[in-house]
Design a protein around this ligand. Structure first.
Ligand code: DC
Length: 674
């Protein structure tokens, strides 16, 4: 997950391969609430790990639920409908799926068992309505105070033990602002005792019905069969004792269908027929309403095949077709259609989306503003948006409004080369995707391809112990870019030669081996021929082997192609000897790091001491100076700065200051010059 103020996307040209989706947010938070309040322990598989589920987990922990992680499985021991904690302040971020159901559940539990709870969130949460739910709860005998603007969080919920809820009359709740109010009531009502069945009546046209279907399906998994008459009346079976949820023992969270929409769209926009995009985690058997997005994408031109737990998408009709669609059943995924509209040959009109205005941000206004930036013509109304594709694509700095879906949707505009554009995009605050899909951009870049010449490269070189490896890794992390530690390729070659019993001086044999090097970097570890060599690569003895094999021109050229392959979106930081001179001579920023021999000797000394190895600073300095001399004077790839390299003497600089300097230089050169 990138911790960066903005992410620059180069123009992207195609997509293929496979992505695995994170768990569904809607299912995750409902399952957590149900498991947290049920009797018994539930093993939850494939739970989404994101901002919205984290606030729910924190809330459950504060309420006394048992939470135990075992690998990828979370074991939740529920309260069995009995409050264990009667006073708590719960911070629920911007998670509507936590705020609404917890408010209803705690209101009913406090009214019958006594308690006092405060529920709050981020400032935007305090602008998202909850009044319709509060209005449904108060007539039941729940005490709910508005601590800020009436009708919005924060709320204080309280009650005395021994109270009873007035559930003999139908409970009325509005359904035309958010379906979460109805969901919240349905999830909470089984917790409290009733003498007869409880009826919930929906006022107004219920929106987002598929989300209510998820609620009913999950209630059924926890032993509660809610009967529904159309979408107007819901009957919760009576329970004399309350606390009636029963754990199903184990439950599996499907991949998020709304998150799938970005990759379905991507397949329709950029996956060639012979190389479709495969999406794993959600498929034809999904219980999520947003799976219906697939039909909408097909109407625009996507070619989709599917099975249980998977989808496969490729481009069909091209350009995409403009459509007119009532998006009421798929409010979240519909945002993705607005971005697909950029690639259509006629305008697309999405109606029935008034709820967009009360989501993480006013999504109609936000979408209109950002799509216009890339060149689209947009008409917006109270409950619709109409998008006509750009005639000229524009480079754009995209605001994301702390809205994960804005960031994910607009990233798809970077594929504009498939529609005749060549415009880079800057996504501000890309971290906001953490709400539901923390690794979204990693997933995107794992399937997206840019033309190599469109992928920016920063090269970093310098003498031994100058700290170039540390600097390169930090700059790559700060920009969210790929990292090429070219020294590691020579080290791995040396190691593989040793494994095969080859002499490092046998140029032809080592070059042959280098050309077939089976080396992978994954999750901070390095794998050579399937063996974890992370530690072995850093050994001094491996460094010596590397310096010998790297002196052979045939070995250098055998590794050339492998190094070029690291030039992948969104950008590359390449560290090593000839990165700026031979491998990426056109790199727009080349840095040559220096530090005085005294300073470098001191750093190396500290490094050795920390590993428990003793050494004299004077000897180390003499070694370094001898190595500098050898490196400068060697005939093959001598150590020298590229002519257009910027020198950075970091003798007096900390690592952060060096990173800031490189980033400042990049700001002056990148596509969005400061
Ligand atoms: O940067 P390092 O210590 O991992 O490099 C190991 C050896 O490989 C060192 O002797 C320099 C050499 N090397 C090279 O010749 N060309 C590169 N691009 C990177 C490293």
């Amino acid at each position: 997950m990138y911790d960066i103020p903005h992410l620059d996307l180069p123009p992207l040209r195609s997509a293929s391969g496979a992505v695995r989706l994170p768990g569904s947010k809607s299912i995750s938070n409902r399952v957590l609430l149900l498991a947290g309040l049920a009797e018994g322990t539930t093993a939850v598989h494939d739970l989404l790990d994101s901002d919205d589920t984290r606030v729910m987990l924190d809330a459950l922990a504060a309420l006394g639920c048992g939470l135990r992680r075992e690998g990828a499985v979370l074991h939740v021991t529920g309260l069995g409908g009995r409050l264990a904690v009667h006073e708590a302040r719960l911070f629920l971020g911007n998670a509507g799926t936590a705020m609404r159901p917890l408010a209803a559940a705690l209101a009913m539990l406090a009214a019958t068992q006594g308690g006092r709870f405060e529920l709050s969130g981020v400032p935007r949460m305090h602008e998202r309505p909850i009044g319709d739910l509060v209005d449904a709860l108060r007539p039941l005998g729940c005490t709910i105070e508005d601590l800020g603007t009436p009708g919005y969080p924060p709320l204080r919920i309280s009650g005395q033990a021994g109270g009873r809820l007035a559930t003999d009359k139908p409970i009325r709740v509005r359904g035309d602002v958010s379906s979460q109010f109805l969901t919240a009531l349905l999830l909470a009502l089984p917790l409290v005792a009733h003498d007869s069945d409880v009826v919930v009546e929906v006022e107004g046209e219920l929106i987002s019905k598929p989300y209510v279907e998820i609620t009913l399906a999950l209630l059924a998994r926890f032993g509660i069969g809610v009967h529904r008459e159309g979408w107007q009346r819901f009957i919760v079976p009576c329970s004399k004792h309350g606390g009636r949820y029963r754990t199903p023992g184990r439950i599996h969270v499907e991949g998020d269908a709304s998150s799938a929409s970005y990759f379905v769209a991507l397949g329709a926009i950029a996956a060639r027929a012979e190389a479709p995009l495969r999406i794993e985690g959600v498929g034809s058997d999904s219980i999520q309403g947003d799976i219906r997005f697939v039909a909408a994408a097909q109407a625009m031109g996507a070619e989709v095949s599917s099975g249980p737990g998977w989808l496969q998408v490729r481009r069909g009709r091209w350009p995409l077709a403009g459509i007119t669609l009532d998006c009421n059943p798929i409010p979240d995924a519909a945002m993705t259609l607005a971005v697909m509209a950029l690639y259509a040959d006629a305008p697309t009109r999405l109606t029935g989306i008034a709820s967009w205005r009360v989501k993480e941000t006013d999504r109609i206004a936000a979408m209109a503003a950002e799509l216009r930036k890339v060149g689209a013509t947009v008409i917006e109304g109270a409950d619709f948006i109409e998008v006509a594709p750009p005639t000229r694509w524009q480079p754009a700095v995209i605001h994301t409004y702390d809205d994960h879906r804005m960031a994910m949707c607009l990233s798809l505009a970077a594929f504009n080369p498939v529609a005749g554009g060549h415009a880079p995009l800057r996504i501000l605050d890309p971290r906001c995707v953490a709400k539901t899909f923390p690794d979204y951009f990693e997933a995107l870049f794992s399937v997206a391809t840019a033309a190599p010449e469109d992928v920016p490269v920063i090269t970093i070189d310098g003498p031994t112990a100058s700290g170039k490896g540390t600097l390169a890794a930090a700059v790559a992390a700060a920009l969210g870019w790929q990292l090429l530690d070219s020294g590691a390729l020579y080290r791995a070659t040396g190691l593989a030669a040793q494994w095969d019993g080859l002499s490092p001086d046998d140029e032809a044999a080592v070059a042959q081996l280098a050309a077939r090097l089976d080396l992978r970097f994954e999750g901070g570890r390095s794998w050579l021929r399937g063996h974890d060599v992370t530690e072995d690569l850093r050994l001094e003895s491996t460094g010596l082997l590397a310096s010998r094999v790297s002196a052979h021109p045939a070995v250098r050229s055998a590794l050339h192609g492998l190094q070029l392959a690291f030039r992948r979106a969104p950008g590359l930081v390449a560290d090593g000897r000839d990165m700026g001179t031979v491998v990426f001579p056109g790199a727009p920023l080349k840095v040559f790091l220096t530090a005085s021999p005294a300073e470098r000797a001191e750093r190396r000394h500290k490094q050795l001491i920390s590993k428990g190895i003793s050494a004299s600073i004077a000897d180390l300095r003499a070694d370094l100076e001898a190595r500098d001399e050898r490196d400068r004077s060697r005939s093959v790839a001598p150590l020298k700065p590229a002519e257009d390299a910027l020198l950075l003497d970091n003798s007096q600089l900390g690592i952060d200051e060096s990173v800031q300097q490189v980033l400042a230089w990049w700001q002056q050169r990148g596509p969005f010059r400061a």
